[in-house]
Design a protein around this ligand. Structure first.
Ligand SMILES: Nc1ncnc2c1ncn2[C@@H]1O[C@H](COP(=O)(O)OP(=O)(O)OP(=O)(O)O)[C@@H](O)[C@H]1O
Ligand SMILES: [Mg+2]
Length: 348
């Protein structure tokens, strides 16, 4: 939706430079309550609640059409919610441009004048922004590792370079909060790694980040919290570690005598569903049961070559949450928005 040949202002069009009302103290960077967006009969966002706290790198995760971009547009005040509310540092982006102070980012893809250089594009945006933005251009180009290509026409930039220039444009606003819509989508593995490192680096500098993605491994590596969205609704919100812990841990075992080891696993208390797969035994268990198992194996003469935990991947969980396996209408979350244990089990 970004206007074709125009550089995208850093999503705070008209927002004044640093002179507005002070940030509401203590209010979280993003607070979204019962957010709804309907387009005619289609409900793109169906009652989203989420809170992003200072220091979070928050992953907004969902498949194509889940409502990620629509949600981000509402968070950035680009479109009005049909119902519900957005607060950025306690302020409503649809009511006051001041709400977008300290906030920057892009939806779908950053857009620039292709026939101008990266630097010239940033200069135009800085002029638009006013204040000290111009003085941040060199630093922003350095941060996103584009200083050496800043004089080249943006039309000749790779997709990854354009994404990085989009982040440089956002940095001109000296943001406390960055909202990035699928910043790594379409990048090759090296580009994704660079984007990941860049986001972590920005977070380390104290910038709170919300990024949307359908790239689960990406989110798993860079985000501390996630919301998983399916058909406009959140099916999980919380820490990735909790989500994975709820799913329990599976182990991989290899011994000098796997037949015997398998029999011992089957007889051992606390070892769940042991199976021989290729040259490994796989089972679920808690740590105490694993410690007892290792002793039993040694005593039986099945010496351990490998015994390693394999935590469930977010990807496994994601599919169980987003594909809605439970067609009986039982949600994949309990009343607190947590993944129900049975669903987490099903994801394994
Ligand atoms: N302006 C609009 N008019 C009508 N329908 C829209 C509009 N914008 C979004 N939608 C619909 O809302 C739903 C959610 O779209 P949205 O772009 O938010 O999804 P997304 O999660 O960002 O998907 P993707 O991963 O493909 O970017 C889709 O069904 C989409 O067709
Ligand atoms: Mg989108």
């Amino acid at each position: 939706m970004n206007p074709g040949a125009q550089p995208q202002p850093p999503l705070a069009s008209g927002a004044p430079p640093a002179s507005g009302a002070p940030l509401a103290s203590g209010a979280p960077p993003i607070e979204v309550r019962e957010l709804v967006k309907r387009y005619g009969a289609l409900t793109a966002v169906a009652g989203v609640d989420l809170t992003v706290n200072v220091g979070d790198v928050y992953g907004y995760l969902g498949p194509n059409g889940a409502g990620k971009t629509t949600s981000l547009r509402m968070m950035l005040g680009l479109i009005r919610p049909t119902a519900g509310s957005v607060r950025l540092f306690g302020r409503d982006p649809t009511e006051s441009v001041h709400a977008l102070e300290g906030v920057a980012g892009f939806v779908e893809a950053p857009t620039f004048y292709p026939y101008l250089s990266g630097r010239r594009n940033l200069e135009l945006l800085a002029a638009f922004d006013g204040g000290e933005a111009r003085g941040r251009i060199d630093g922003a180009l350095e941060t996103v590792d584009l200083a050496h290509r800043a004089g080249d026409r943006v039309g000749g930039y790779s997709h990854g370079m354009r994404q990085r220039l989009g982040i440089a444009a956002a940095l001109l606003r000296d943001p406390k909060l960055l909202l990035l819509d699928e910043p790594a989508t379409g990048l090759d593995p090296a580009g994704m790694r660079d984007m990941r490192l860049l986001i972590r680096q920005l977070a380390d500098q104290g910038i709170t980040v919300l990024l949307s993605s359908h790239l689960l491994t990406e989110v798993e590596e860079v985000c501390n919290r996630v919301a998983i969205v399916r058909a406009g609704s959140i099916v999980y919100e919380g820490e990735i570690a909790d989500l994975k812990r709820g799913a329990g841990t599976t182990y991989r075992l290899s011994t000098t005598d796997d037949e015997r080891a398998l029999a011992i696993c089957r007889a051992q208390r606390g070892i769940g569903d042991p199976q021989l797969r290729r040259d490994r035994i796989v089972f679920s268990a808690d740590e105490a049961a694993v410690a007892e198992l290792s002793q039993a194996l040694v005593e039986a003469g099945a010496l351990i070559r490998e015994l390693a935990p394999q935590t469930v991947t977010l990807e496994d969980l994601f599919f169980s949450l987003t594909e809605g396996r439970d067609d009986a209408g039982h949600e994949a979350v309990d009343g607190n928005g947590r993944v129900a244990a049975s669903q987490a089990e099903a994801a394994r």
